[in-house]
Ligand binder design. Structure first.
Ligand SMILES: Nc1ncnc2c1ncn2[C@@H]1O[C@H](COP(=O)(O)OP(=O)(O)OP(=O)(O)O)[C@@H](O)[C@H]1O
Ligand SMILES: [Mn+2]
Length: 269
């Protein structure tokens, strides 16, 4: 056993902080006299931790969960680049059963935490829209690349700053993103022009909206045009988040407050 214990000691040697993912109260209390900074990362602060980072989603994938926790802690200035962190998490349902050592580097900060935690729309709505955009990017429409623009949150204001290009197939419906049938509809309608407008709670408010943001143009990557410009600008005019799939380069991008905050290649997702 000596070598296993030694390895565990090496794993946690000289860390700057311990991140406890969803600890039980009794487990958390054992860290009361810890010499390192202890940060609790969980959906809720059930243990009344002094330093707490809220996980906007539970994240079944442990790597994602740890990545989000670290980004959240960086967002709150609890961690900085170069820090060594011991993450204590549950992989199976057996409580805190794993220790993962992570060096905080620039690569870990993708902006995805901020996107989920600090958007107006519910985190699960942002996630569901992302998933539709990523699936569309992977498969296209009948094998052909397709573009799409989703404006999520602050829907009333977005509707005021846009106009219909065609009849709205979601006019009298009360359907929500994340529902498998609705996702099929969204993919079907993505062949046509304009943007989808989604409410804070995930209701599909409209398809075929032509965005007319008052905001001036925003900086968008070279080679991209009106779809990305309109998507970016509407997020400066409103508190919405725009999620854009590019037909030309196949990437999914997110804009908030007029800034490009995330760029994902659906093929690598
Ligand atoms: N203001 C707008 N509001 C909503 N949709 C728009 C707007 N402007 C353009 N679009 C949609 O974007 C489509 C593509 O336009 P354009 O090629 O200029 O965008 P892009 O940013 O280069 O995106 P892509 O990378 O997908 O080509 C248009 O056919 C239209 O459906
Ligand atoms: Mn284009």
């Amino acid at each position: 056993m000596a070598s296993l214990t030694d390895h565990l000691a090496d794993l946690v040697a000289d860390v700057d902080a311990a991140l406890l993912f969803s600890p039980t109260s009794s487990f958390y209390e054992r860290f009361a006299d810890a010499e390192v900074e202890v940060v609790v990362v969980a959906p809720d602060n059930d243990v009344d931790a002094e330093t707490f980072v809220e996980l906007p989603l539970p994240f079944d994938n442990v790597k994602d969960r740890i990545g989000f926790g670290i980004e959240g802690a960086m967002d709150a200035d609890l961690l900085a680049e170069g820090d060594e962190v011991a993450c204590v998490a549950s992989v199976f349902d057996g409580g805190s059963d794993a220790v993962v050592r992570v060096t905080v580097d620039e690569g870990i900060h993708t902006g995805i935490y901020d996107l989920f935690a600090n958007s107006r729309a519910e985190p699960s709505v942002i996630r569901d829209v992302f998933e539709v955009a990523i699936e569309l990017g992977q498969k296209g429409q009948k094998g052909k690349p397709v573009g799409a623009l989703f404006v999520v949150g602050d829907a009333g204001k977005v509707m005021n700053k846009s106009r219909p290009l065609s009849y709205n197939p979601f006019e009298k419906s009360h359907v929500h993103v994340g529902d498998p049938i609705v996702n099929v509809m969204l993919k079907e309608f993505s062949r046509l022009d304009g943007a989808f407008v989604v409410s804070d709670s995930g209701k599909i408010v409209s398809a075929y909206r032509y965005l007319e943001p008052a905001a001036e143009g925003v900086d968008i990557p070279k080679g991209l045009g009106a779809r990305h410009m309109a998507g970016g600008a509407i997020t400066r005019d409103t508190n919405a988040t725009a999620i854009v799939l590019s037909e030309s380069d196949g990437l999914v991008r997110a804009f908030k407050a007029g800034e490009l905050v995330l760029e994902i290649d659906p093929e690598e997702y």
